[in-house]
Design a protein around this ligand. Sequence first.
Ligand SMILES: Nc1nc2c(ncn2[C@@H]2O[C@H](COP(=O)(O)OP(=O)(O)O)[C@@H](O)[C@H]2O)c(=O)[nH]1
Ligand SMILES: [Mg+2]
Length: 401
Amino acid sequence: MIKAGEADKLHIAILGRKNVGKSLLINRIVSQELFVVNEIPGTIADPVSKAVELLPYGPVVIIDTAGIDDNEFDKKRLNRTVKAISSADFAILVLDARDQLDKNETDLITNLQKLKTPFLVAVNKIEFGINSNLLTELEALEVTHFELSCKENAGIENFKKKLVHLLPGEKKTPLIKDLVTEGDVVVLVVPDNLDELHGSVFKSQIKKIQEELGEDIVKVVVKEYELASSLIKLKNPPELVIADSHIIRQVAEEISESVKLTTYSIVMTRHQGNLSEFVKGIKKIEKLENGDKVLISEGCNNHLQEYEIGKIKIQEWLKLYSKKKLQIDYSNGCGFPDNLSDYNLIVHCDGCSISNKIIHTKVKQAKLLNIPIINYGVLTSFLNHTISRSILPFTEEVTVL
Ligand SMILES: Nc1nc2c(ncn2[C@@H]2O[C@H](COP(=O)(O)OP(=O)(O)O)[C@@H](O)[C@H]2O)c(=O)[nH]1
Ligand SMILES: [Mg+2]
């Protein structure tokens, strides 16, 4: 769904029944024949996405979905609509001014609200008159709507202005900058033995953190075995210690309770905006039952090392912890398998080799299908009995534990 090279662009999904004027509205907004306008109501096809320059905003990707006439959300499956809205940073729902909302449209609105995806509603074809019940329904759902006619080019400019104004800007959740102030000491603990993959992932994560902290913060990078001796040398305790999830238990024992401690994985997960969702997943880990189906899902690049963690270690840990008979499957790739709704829990890799957008999309798909999801980093801290401490620095965002 998300094309290579477009993951960093803002994705706008156009939703609505077929023939309501979705394609024509987009063409009017971008002032070009981007999508085919069907004079005869077409059959439902797969969504088409195209990159386009939306002035004055900039480059965006527009996903033209082909209609939501069947009971998309009823089926609770990973269908076209779920895929389209989960990858959207913004959505436009187009309605026919003559009709009232049907169940699919109401479900769409409530699901967009659930995902906190910003959206606008376009009430199109107003030259035929507007159904007053429709307006009452929209008001009850507390949605912002615009009345327009694509055919007569009425209300388009106003709609476009509002759209450009509402499009979310670049997300700027810091890595850890908000946790420290000038003069603080941050200790970055590196495991003793690093294989090739983790070595390069660590190096880039540590570099990013160091760059973000700038010159006002003292950064001390130590090997795991040097931690104790380095702490003794420091005049005051550090403000924050960051360690790898796999050694967090030992590190937690070595540093005082008063020092903030977290893991690289949790820092990255928070930065990507998925920490709360993964922490919610812990509730399911605690309540696994016999016969539960668990999906272990990894990113696009199949690194042998990650594969080993997912295929072997995570499975063993889950069985050991839950003491239940679980059915555990493994999948690899940018998307989820189509039978996603069969699962009771998703355990996702930390996604160090896939884009933020892809993980975020998968988290939203899990949310739409009401399947708890957790990642390796949060799971590892949990199983090492250090989760409360590792997320403590971020409690403002994580209120679920
Ligand atoms: N009368 C009228 N027809 C419209 C309007 N907007 C779109 N249409 C027509 O509705 C049909 C379906 O438009 P299209 O954009 O393909 O709808 P989509 O299936 O939602 O993408 C086409 O014949 C359009 O010309 C409008 O505002 N008024
Ligand atoms: Mg169309």
